[in-house]
Design a binder for this molecule. Structure first.
Ligand code: DHB
Length: 319
Protein backbone atom coordinates (compact mmCIF):
# COMPACT_ATOMS: atom_id res chain seq x y z
CA UNK A 1 0.00 0.00 0.00
CA UNK A 2 1.35 3.41 -0.91
CA UNK A 3 3.18 5.05 1.95
CA UNK A 4 4.86 8.15 0.60
CA UNK A 5 4.64 11.67 1.78
CA UNK A 6 3.34 14.22 -0.67
CA UNK A 7 3.02 17.70 0.65
CA UNK A 8 -0.20 19.24 -0.52
CA UNK A 9 -1.89 22.54 0.15
CA UNK A 10 -4.41 22.55 2.96
CA UNK A 11 -7.99 23.82 2.82
CA UNK A 12 -7.06 27.26 1.57
CA UNK A 13 -8.39 28.64 -1.68
CA UNK A 14 -4.94 29.84 -2.80
CA UNK A 15 -2.83 26.75 -2.30
CA UNK A 16 -5.30 23.87 -2.12
CA UNK A 17 -4.10 22.48 -5.48
CA UNK A 18 -0.35 22.82 -4.79
CA UNK A 19 1.58 19.60 -4.39
CA UNK A 20 5.13 18.37 -4.05
CA UNK A 21 5.74 15.13 -5.89
CA UNK A 22 9.12 13.49 -6.59
CA UNK A 23 10.65 16.50 -4.82
CA UNK A 24 9.14 18.89 -7.39
CA UNK A 25 6.63 21.64 -6.52
CA UNK A 26 3.68 21.62 -8.91
CA UNK A 27 1.14 24.45 -8.83
CA UNK A 28 -1.65 21.97 -9.52
CA UNK A 29 -2.13 18.21 -10.21
CA UNK A 30 -3.53 18.44 -13.78
CA UNK A 31 -0.87 17.73 -16.41
CA UNK A 32 -0.81 17.39 -20.20
CA UNK A 33 -0.44 13.71 -21.23
CA UNK A 34 2.20 12.54 -23.72
CA UNK A 35 1.28 12.51 -27.38
CA UNK A 36 -1.22 15.38 -27.52
CA UNK A 37 -0.03 18.95 -28.13
CA UNK A 38 3.53 18.01 -27.18
CA UNK A 39 5.02 18.03 -30.69
CA UNK A 40 6.24 21.60 -30.58
CA UNK A 41 7.31 24.18 -28.04
CA UNK A 42 4.54 26.55 -29.04
CA UNK A 43 1.84 23.87 -28.63
CA UNK A 44 3.14 23.10 -25.13
CA UNK A 45 3.21 26.79 -24.29
CA UNK A 46 -0.44 27.06 -25.32
CA UNK A 47 -1.34 24.27 -22.87
CA UNK A 48 0.81 25.88 -20.17
CA UNK A 49 -1.11 29.13 -20.59
CA UNK A 50 -4.36 27.23 -20.14
CA UNK A 51 -3.65 26.08 -16.62
CA UNK A 52 -1.72 22.79 -16.78
CA UNK A 53 0.57 22.12 -13.81
CA UNK A 54 3.01 20.33 -16.14
CA UNK A 55 3.22 19.51 -19.84
CA UNK A 56 4.52 16.28 -21.30
CA UNK A 57 6.37 16.15 -24.60
CA UNK A 58 5.48 13.83 -27.47
CA UNK A 59 7.53 10.62 -27.01
CA UNK A 60 11.02 11.31 -28.38
CA UNK A 61 13.58 8.78 -29.64
CA UNK A 62 17.15 8.88 -30.90
CA UNK A 63 16.40 9.12 -34.61
CA UNK A 64 13.90 11.16 -36.58
CA UNK A 65 10.76 9.14 -37.38
CA UNK A 66 8.12 10.19 -39.95
CA UNK A 67 5.27 8.18 -38.35
CA UNK A 68 2.56 6.13 -40.02
CA UNK A 69 0.57 7.07 -43.10
CA UNK A 70 -2.71 8.91 -42.57
CA UNK A 71 -5.26 8.52 -41.18
CA UNK A 72 -3.43 8.21 -37.86
CA UNK A 73 -6.40 9.01 -35.64
CA UNK A 74 -10.10 8.18 -35.81
CA UNK A 75 -12.98 8.99 -33.48
CA UNK A 76 -14.94 5.99 -32.22
CA UNK A 77 -17.75 5.65 -29.69
CA UNK A 78 -16.36 6.66 -26.33
CA UNK A 79 -13.00 7.89 -27.56
CA UNK A 80 -10.35 7.74 -30.27
CA UNK A 81 -8.09 5.14 -31.83
CA UNK A 82 -4.63 6.38 -32.74
CA UNK A 83 -1.54 4.98 -34.34
CA UNK A 84 0.69 7.94 -35.05
CA UNK A 85 3.79 5.75 -35.35
CA UNK A 86 5.92 7.71 -32.87
CA UNK A 87 6.53 10.63 -35.26
CA UNK A 88 9.25 12.90 -33.90
CA UNK A 89 12.28 14.81 -35.17
CA UNK A 90 14.78 12.85 -33.04
CA UNK A 91 16.17 14.05 -29.74
CA UNK A 92 18.86 16.44 -31.05
CA UNK A 93 16.37 18.50 -33.01
CA UNK A 94 13.59 18.23 -30.44
CA UNK A 95 15.75 19.81 -27.74
CA UNK A 96 15.34 23.08 -29.67
CA UNK A 97 11.57 22.92 -29.11
CA UNK A 98 12.08 22.66 -25.36
CA UNK A 99 14.78 25.35 -25.36
CA UNK A 100 12.37 27.66 -27.16
CA UNK A 101 9.79 27.56 -24.36
CA UNK A 102 11.82 26.73 -21.27
CA UNK A 103 12.06 30.27 -19.95
CA UNK A 104 8.35 30.91 -20.43
CA UNK A 105 7.45 27.60 -18.77
CA UNK A 106 9.55 28.69 -15.83
CA UNK A 107 7.80 32.07 -15.69
CA UNK A 108 4.39 30.35 -15.84
CA UNK A 109 5.53 27.88 -13.15
CA UNK A 110 4.71 24.94 -15.42
CA UNK A 111 6.98 21.89 -15.24
CA UNK A 112 8.21 19.94 -18.29
CA UNK A 113 7.94 16.15 -18.46
CA UNK A 114 10.15 14.61 -21.16
CA UNK A 115 8.55 11.45 -22.60
CA UNK A 116 11.15 9.20 -24.20
CA UNK A 117 11.13 5.87 -26.01
CA UNK A 118 13.70 3.37 -27.21
CA UNK A 119 13.91 -0.31 -28.07
CA UNK A 120 16.22 -1.29 -25.23
CA UNK A 121 17.90 0.13 -22.15
CA UNK A 122 20.83 1.44 -24.19
CA UNK A 123 18.60 3.52 -26.47
CA UNK A 124 16.57 4.82 -23.52
CA UNK A 125 19.77 5.86 -21.73
CA UNK A 126 21.07 7.61 -24.84
CA UNK A 127 17.92 9.73 -25.23
CA UNK A 128 17.66 10.34 -21.47
CA UNK A 129 21.23 11.61 -21.33
CA UNK A 130 20.42 14.21 -23.99
CA UNK A 131 17.11 15.40 -22.53
CA UNK A 132 17.93 15.31 -18.85
CA UNK A 133 19.20 18.89 -18.54
CA UNK A 134 16.09 20.31 -20.22
CA UNK A 135 13.24 18.69 -18.28
CA UNK A 136 11.97 18.46 -14.71
CA UNK A 137 10.88 14.83 -14.94
CA UNK A 138 11.48 11.96 -17.36
CA UNK A 139 8.60 9.68 -18.38
CA UNK A 140 9.56 6.33 -19.93
CA UNK A 141 7.20 5.19 -22.69
CA UNK A 142 7.35 1.43 -22.24
CA UNK A 143 3.68 1.09 -23.09
CA UNK A 144 2.69 2.14 -26.62
CA UNK A 145 0.43 -0.79 -27.65
CA UNK A 146 1.13 -0.77 -31.39
CA UNK A 147 4.79 0.24 -31.66
CA UNK A 148 6.13 -3.27 -32.45
CA UNK A 149 9.80 -3.86 -33.20
CA UNK A 150 10.72 -4.23 -29.55
CA UNK A 151 9.41 -0.78 -28.60
CA UNK A 152 6.61 0.29 -26.26
CA UNK A 153 4.48 -2.39 -24.66
CA UNK A 154 6.82 -5.18 -25.70
CA UNK A 155 9.06 -3.74 -22.95
CA UNK A 156 6.27 -2.84 -20.54
CA UNK A 157 4.74 -6.32 -20.69
CA UNK A 158 7.96 -7.86 -19.41
CA UNK A 159 9.13 -7.34 -15.80
CA UNK A 160 12.82 -7.88 -16.59
CA UNK A 161 12.94 -5.57 -19.60
CA UNK A 162 11.00 -2.88 -17.70
CA UNK A 163 13.43 -3.21 -14.79
CA UNK A 164 16.45 -2.85 -17.09
CA UNK A 165 15.11 0.27 -18.80
CA UNK A 166 14.23 2.02 -15.54
CA UNK A 167 17.60 1.22 -13.92
CA UNK A 168 19.57 2.39 -16.93
CA UNK A 169 17.85 5.80 -16.92
CA UNK A 170 17.91 6.13 -13.12
CA UNK A 171 21.67 5.58 -13.15
CA UNK A 172 22.23 8.68 -15.28
CA UNK A 173 21.12 11.58 -13.13
CA UNK A 174 19.08 12.83 -10.20
CA UNK A 175 16.14 13.91 -12.38
CA UNK A 176 13.08 11.94 -11.22
CA UNK A 177 11.94 9.13 -13.51
CA UNK A 178 8.42 7.77 -13.93
CA UNK A 179 7.51 4.69 -15.94
CA UNK A 180 4.34 4.84 -18.04
CA UNK A 181 2.69 1.44 -17.91
CA UNK A 182 0.40 -0.45 -20.27
CA UNK A 183 -2.91 -1.90 -19.09
CA UNK A 184 -2.49 -4.68 -21.65
CA UNK A 185 -0.92 -7.14 -19.21
CA UNK A 186 -2.11 -10.03 -17.08
CA UNK A 187 -1.11 -8.43 -13.79
CA UNK A 188 -0.07 -4.77 -13.72
CA UNK A 189 1.00 -5.11 -10.08
CA UNK A 190 3.96 -7.31 -11.09
CA UNK A 191 5.20 -4.71 -13.56
CA UNK A 192 4.63 -1.90 -11.04
CA UNK A 193 6.66 -3.70 -8.39
CA UNK A 194 9.47 -4.36 -10.86
CA UNK A 195 9.79 -0.70 -11.92
CA UNK A 196 9.63 0.39 -8.27
CA UNK A 197 12.37 -2.10 -7.46
CA UNK A 198 14.48 -0.65 -10.31
CA UNK A 199 14.27 2.77 -8.66
CA UNK A 200 11.38 4.47 -10.48
CA UNK A 201 10.24 7.58 -8.60
CA UNK A 202 6.67 7.12 -9.80
CA UNK A 203 4.34 5.41 -12.23
CA UNK A 204 2.09 6.89 -14.90
CA UNK A 205 -0.94 4.71 -15.64
CA UNK A 206 -2.36 3.95 -18.14
CA UNK A 207 -1.28 4.20 -21.75
CA UNK A 208 -3.77 3.49 -24.53
CA UNK A 209 -5.70 0.24 -24.57
CA UNK A 210 -5.75 -2.47 -27.17
CA UNK A 211 -4.78 -2.00 -29.93
CA UNK A 212 -8.21 -1.86 -31.58
CA UNK A 213 -9.41 -1.55 -35.16
CA UNK A 214 -12.16 0.19 -37.14
CA UNK A 215 -13.34 -0.72 -40.65
CA UNK A 216 -14.94 1.59 -43.21
CA UNK A 217 -17.64 -0.72 -44.58
CA UNK A 218 -18.16 1.36 -47.72
CA UNK A 219 -14.48 1.29 -48.64
CA UNK A 220 -14.17 -2.25 -47.22
CA UNK A 221 -10.90 -1.21 -45.64
CA UNK A 222 -9.48 -0.54 -42.17
CA UNK A 223 -9.58 3.21 -41.49
CA UNK A 224 -6.21 3.68 -39.82
CA UNK A 225 -3.11 3.75 -41.99
CA UNK A 226 -1.53 1.34 -39.52
CA UNK A 227 -4.74 -0.84 -39.55
CA UNK A 228 -4.90 -0.85 -35.75
CA UNK A 229 -4.22 1.65 -32.98
CA UNK A 230 -4.46 2.39 -29.25
CA UNK A 231 -7.77 3.38 -27.67
CA UNK A 232 -8.02 6.52 -25.55
CA UNK A 233 -10.86 8.66 -24.22
CA UNK A 234 -13.88 8.33 -21.97
CA UNK A 235 -14.47 4.60 -22.56
CA UNK A 236 -11.08 3.59 -21.12
CA UNK A 237 -11.60 5.37 -17.79
CA UNK A 238 -12.98 2.44 -15.74
CA UNK A 239 -10.04 0.30 -16.85
CA UNK A 240 -7.59 3.06 -15.97
CA UNK A 241 -9.19 3.51 -12.54
CA UNK A 242 -8.88 -0.22 -11.84
CA UNK A 243 -5.23 -0.23 -12.88
CA UNK A 244 -4.42 2.79 -10.69
CA UNK A 245 -6.26 1.10 -7.80
CA UNK A 246 -4.23 -2.10 -8.25
CA UNK A 247 -0.90 -0.26 -8.59
CA UNK A 248 -1.59 1.80 -5.46
CA UNK A 249 -2.16 -1.41 -3.50
CA UNK A 250 1.17 -2.86 -4.68
CA UNK A 251 3.79 -0.07 -4.50
CA UNK A 252 4.93 2.85 -2.33
CA UNK A 253 5.68 5.36 -5.10
CA UNK A 254 3.27 8.04 -6.36
CA UNK A 255 1.02 7.42 -9.35
CA UNK A 256 0.05 9.84 -12.11
CA UNK A 257 -3.38 8.70 -13.34
CA UNK A 258 -4.38 9.02 -16.99
CA UNK A 259 -7.12 7.60 -19.20
CA UNK A 260 -10.39 9.28 -20.16
CA UNK A 261 -10.29 12.26 -17.79
CA UNK A 262 -12.48 15.14 -18.96
CA UNK A 263 -13.86 16.62 -15.74
CA UNK A 264 -12.81 17.44 -12.20
CA UNK A 265 -15.00 14.57 -11.00
CA UNK A 266 -13.01 12.18 -13.23
CA UNK A 267 -9.76 13.52 -11.77
CA UNK A 268 -11.08 13.08 -8.22
CA UNK A 269 -12.08 9.50 -9.03
CA UNK A 270 -8.48 8.79 -10.11
CA UNK A 271 -7.19 10.39 -6.90
CA UNK A 272 -9.51 8.28 -4.78
CA UNK A 273 -8.19 5.16 -6.58
CA UNK A 274 -4.64 6.27 -5.66
CA UNK A 275 -3.37 8.87 -8.14
CA UNK A 276 -1.52 11.89 -6.71
CA UNK A 277 -1.80 13.80 -9.99
CA UNK A 278 -3.49 13.24 -13.35
CA UNK A 279 -2.81 13.73 -17.04
CA UNK A 280 -5.26 14.80 -19.72
CA UNK A 281 -4.83 13.93 -23.41
CA UNK A 282 -7.94 13.11 -25.43
CA UNK A 283 -9.95 15.38 -23.10
CA UNK A 284 -8.48 18.37 -24.96
CA UNK A 285 -10.59 17.34 -27.98
CA UNK A 286 -13.77 17.27 -25.90
CA UNK A 287 -13.40 20.47 -23.86
CA UNK A 288 -10.76 22.54 -25.64
CA UNK A 289 -7.36 23.83 -24.52
CA UNK A 290 -8.94 25.42 -21.48
CA UNK A 291 -9.77 21.97 -20.05
CA UNK A 292 -6.83 22.33 -17.64
CA UNK A 293 -8.27 25.45 -15.98
CA UNK A 294 -11.73 23.89 -15.99
CA UNK A 295 -10.64 20.65 -14.31
CA UNK A 296 -8.58 22.54 -11.72
CA UNK A 297 -11.56 24.77 -10.90
CA UNK A 298 -13.80 21.72 -10.57
CA UNK A 299 -11.38 19.90 -8.25
CA UNK A 300 -10.98 23.04 -6.16
CA UNK A 301 -14.74 23.50 -5.89
CA UNK A 302 -15.22 19.89 -4.73
CA UNK A 303 -12.45 20.15 -2.12
CA UNK A 304 -13.65 23.46 -0.70
CA UNK A 305 -17.30 22.40 -0.66
CA UNK A 306 -16.48 19.16 1.17
CA UNK A 307 -13.76 20.71 3.37
CA UNK A 308 -11.15 18.27 2.13
CA UNK A 309 -7.52 18.47 1.02
CA UNK A 310 -6.01 16.38 -1.77
CA UNK A 311 -4.31 14.27 0.92
CA UNK A 312 -7.74 13.33 2.27
CA UNK A 313 -8.84 11.90 -1.05
CA UNK A 314 -5.66 10.33 -2.53
CA UNK A 315 -6.16 6.57 -2.14
CA UNK A 316 -9.15 7.07 0.17
CA UNK A 317 -11.12 4.14 -1.26
CA UNK A 318 -8.40 1.76 -0.01
CA UNK A 319 -9.05 2.67 3.63
C1 DHB B 1 2.04 6.49 -30.07
C2 DHB B 1 0.86 6.09 -29.48
C3 DHB B 1 0.85 5.79 -28.12
O1 DHB B 1 -0.27 5.40 -27.46
C4 DHB B 1 2.00 5.89 -27.42
O2 DHB B 1 2.05 5.57 -26.14
C5 DHB B 1 3.13 6.30 -28.02
C6 DHB B 1 3.15 6.61 -29.35
C7 DHB B 1 2.16 6.79 -31.50
O3 DHB B 1 1.58 6.09 -32.32
O4 DHB B 1 2.93 7.68 -31.83
Amino acid sequence: MSNFNINVGENNINNILNLNLFGINFKNPVFLAAGVMGETGSAMRRIAKNGAGAVCTKSIGIEKKPGHNNPTMVEVEGGFLNAMGLPNPGIDEYIEEIEYVRKQMHELDVKIIGSIYGKNEKEFAEVAEKIVDYVDLIELNISCPHAGGGYGSSIGQDCNLSHKVVSSVKNLSDVPVVAKLTPNVTDIKEIAVSVEDAGADGITAINTLGPGMVIDIDAKKPILGNIYGGMSGKAVKPIAIKNVYDIYSAVDIPIIGVGGITTGRDAIEFMMAGASAVQVGTGVYYRGYDIFNKINDEIKEYLLKNELSMNDIIGCVHK
